[in-house]
Design a protein around this ligand. Sequence first.
Ligand SMILES: *[C@@H]1O[C@H](CO)[C@@H](O)[C@H](O)[C@H]1NC(C)=O
Length: 276
Amino acid sequence: MARSYPVCAAVFVATAVLGVLLGVAASPAKAITAEQFSQLTYVQVKGSGLANRCPTVESNGSEVPVTAGSRLTNVCFEPKSFAVEFETDKGKEFATTKLTTRQTYTLAFIEGSLDANPITFKEQDGMDFAATTVKLPDGEYVPFLFTVKELVAKGEGSSFKPGFTWGGEFSVPSYRTGGFLDPKGRGMTLGYDQAVALPAMQSDGQGGQDELFKETNKVFDLGKGVIEMEVNKVNQELGEIGGVFVSKQPSDTDMGAKAPRTVLLKGIFYGKVVKA
Ligand SMILES: *[C@@H]1O[C@H](CO)[C@@H](O)[C@H](O)[C@H]1NC(C)=O
């Protein structure tokens, strides 16, 4: 069974958030261009943390024009901060979190079609999801599948230039897949139908089973996320673009047992336009 959640972000104050992000996103010490990346050997990358970095763009020219039937390739999303929405007395707030996943959370080598006027990128392929876990100040762990699957991003015009903003919605598949078994051996397509250690709760008519219903009846939740991006560097000669992103997406639901939390990610992106 699959079910959908509505887009988590009704109002998205992208420009304000992007503006703040612009000041903190770059870390020049580790800046490495796509061309430099392509010259590294496996051993040079292994264990260095570089596989988790997006390439940077060296400015050249003022814009990268897009023509119909182009492709955007080698697209990379590297989050720099992870916040999780939680309830307070004053309403909803985003708590900054501590990342507990190692340097394996960047999305890379993504590609898709790119059309002009308005610029429209449709995500099709690549390493487009990364299981990630963050920890809230109160010690709660929040796992989520960081992704931009099936992203359709649009922006006005037909060329990328510094200040160009674009964005759109993407799909967020379940953090776990159908083959997952919980600690009591229950699963969606495999495993026990119910927790075998709780036989007394099966014979009580209704109440006990209601309590266990969500844990027992696993579902593959499909969520929706939304991303906003702003280009801040282009390389006309190489067709490269780079900039910052803010994305919002639901977290893991433990296969339907829990309500998803909203995760707010800010970071940098990279992409290379390849003409038809
Ligand atoms: C862009 O790069 C090319 C090749 O390196 C160079 O000839 C050209 O002058 C550069 N243009 C700008 C505006 O920097």
